[in-house]
Design a protein around this ligand. Structure first.
Ligand code: ATP
Ligand code: MG
Length: 507
């Protein structure tokens, strides 16, 4: 590896009105290396990358690229020099083809007209060169998330990216897609591209990075070659304490609180999305739905919560028939819900933390009297969640758009868990959350179970499912393909079932 860094950020400081997001941060990135940046939610990782990419301006400090002092006013300036960022919310046009998206803003022309044939040829050549298979003529909105990410990568390679920033790229991917992405990163680094990877999954850091930088409270607290540090030490640096895994007691199982019989959901073209689903969750139980994403789990959650109307079947919540299509009624029957996508369904970004923590509880007597909101109580409640769940916010009046991604997720999980409903539907509850907070949310879910509540946990994290669930159902192609109880759960069996294979309970 060359001794001269391709990129150097020196003494970067960035303050927001009430928080020092970056304080005297210096990092170096060498050509062809993969540098991992890790740290707790709100540690300042995304802010640092936004400064690098021209999305934010540092108050102090300098950025050097290829030994030249640079001053990016916007991402276009960064892209021009070869620094590209794969954003977590993909920036693709859903109704256009893969090829049209990749060549966007630098299209080949035939005279005055866009040369579609040439665009397809270019994409095929890039796709071959980087071994990133795509169909240039596919429409983006029909492509699964992992494929969309591959398209984003091809797009920045077409833009001539030399330095690539990935901010939590694996949070939304299935395990197989994660493997593919890590392979792609390795390959890009072998071709001389320099990569910065932000992730909360320390196993990914260990598997792929050359060096790792740990941030906490806006500063760099540790730096190491990855092969000189082990995962326990790294995890200690991240949270500044030992993570304790407390044993989980046997469940005290009561009556069924969520009962689903013969649930069917068809697509508009008549394809079975949910195929005769039967399941139940009893009080005192955490029941998991494991599956490769896209096999019907999102739709199942939507039917239970009332977000989607199903075609036939019954759902009972706390022994009473649930409504088919009313979120309001189903919440009233005793359901709370941590949704899969924090921004599109979980919160109102432009509203305050306090307004967000009130959502779904507006008419409770503790928050409302004679039609008026009891603002003092509402704010007190938000303050208590901020402190109990250790949400990094200036105050309960801060806008959610100003919270870091993981802290927004913590706020939503806190709001839903604290509703204390008999049934909690937790869909990817720890997505984007740091290891310390994940442990805390897990503790809260177990606490809920031990107090007689029931939890339906949908997660693409097998380790989360295996750790927490008393029973799991595996979903494949809209059908439940097996039910396994705690103790019989292991990653191998789960993997077989998740791909549609069969095992016996005694296997
Ligand atoms: N626009 C903003 N206004 C005010 N504060 C902000 C703004 N953007 C970020 N912050 C604050 O800066 C701090 C660092 O946030 P940042 O998004 O960089 O964290 P992060 O390390 O990326 O966290 P996560 O792991 O949750 O994504 C947080 O306290 C956050 O609330
Ligand atoms: Mg972030």
């Amino acid at each position: 590896m060359s001794k001269k860094p391709i990129l150097e950020m020196r003494h970067i400081t960035k303050a927001y009105p009430n928080v020092l997001a970056n304080h005297n941060v210096s990092i170096k990135l060498y050509p062809g290396e993969i540098l991992a940046i890790v740290g707790e939610n709100g540690a300042g990782k995304t802010t640092l990358m936004k400064i690098l990419y021209g999305l934010e301006k540092a108050d102090e400090g300098e950025v050097y690229y290829k030994e030249q002092l640079v001053n990016f006013r916007n991402p276009s300036d960064a892209i021009e020099l070869g620094i590209c960022m794969v954003q977590q919310n993909f920036m693709l046009f859903g109704s256009l083809t893969v090829a049209e998206n990749i060549v966007y803003q630098n299209e080949p022309h035939n005279g005055m007209f866009f040369n579609k044939k040439e665009a397809v040829k270019i994409v095929e050549a890039f796709s071959d060169r980087y071994s990133l298979p795509v169909d240039p003529n596919a429409i983006i909105e029909n492509c699964p998330v992992g494929l969309q990410q591959r398209i984003e990568i091809l797009k920045i390679l077409y833009q001539n990216a030399e330095t690539i920033i990935f901010d939590e790229p694996t949070a939304v991917l299935t395990p197989l897609e994660v493997e593919n992405l890590l392979d792609t990163m390795r390959q890009l680094s072998n071709m001389g591209k320099s990569i910065i990877l932000i992730t909360h999954k320390l196993s990914e850091v260990m598997a792929i990075s050359d060096r790792v930088v740990v941030m906490r409270d806006g500063t760099v607290v540790a730096k190491s070659d990855t092969n000189k540090i082990d995962i326990e030490t790294l995890s200690f640096h991240v949270v500044n304490r030992q993570i304790m895994h407390e044993p989980i007691a046997s469940p005290k199982i009561g009556k069924p609180q969520l009962e689903i019989e013969d649930l069917n959901l068809l697509s508009t073209s008549g394809k079975k999305i949910l195929d005769n689903i039967c399941l139940n969750v009893k009080s005192g139980e955490i029941v998991g739905i494991a599956g490769v994403s896209g096999n019907g789990q999102s739709e199942l959650v939507e039917c239970i919560t009332g977000l989607e109307k199903y075609d036939s079947g019954t759902i009972k919540i706390c022994g009473k028939p649930a409504s088919n299509g009313s979120v309001y009624i189903n919440r009233d029957l005793g359901i709370s819900h941590i949704p899969e996508d924090r921004y599109s369904m979980g919160c109102a970004k432009k509203a305050s933390v306090s307004d967000n923590t009130l959502m779904g509880s507006e008419s409770l007597p503790s928050f409302s009297k004679w039609g008026f909101q009891l603002l003092k109580e509402v704010r007190k409640f938000a303050q208590s969640l901020i402190s109990r769940y250790d949400i990094k916010a200036d105050s309960e009046l801060q806008k959610v758009s100003e919270l870091s991604g993981g802290n927004t997720q913590k706020m939503i999980a806190a709001r839903e868990i604290s509703k204390n409903t008999p049934v909690l539907i937790a869909n990817e509850p720890t997505r984007g959350i740091d290891i310390g907070a994940t442990e805390f949310i897990h503790k809260k879910l177990i606490e809920k179970r031990d107090q007689g509540g029931c939890v339906l946990l949908v997660s693409s994290e097998l380790s989360e499912i295996i750790k927490l669930c008393d029973r799991i159902y595996v979903i494949f192609n809209g059908r439940l393909h097996g039910e396994i109880s705690r103790g019989k759960l292991d990653a191998k069996n789960l993997g077989i079932l998740m791909l549609g294979g069969k095992i016996s309970e005694n296997a």
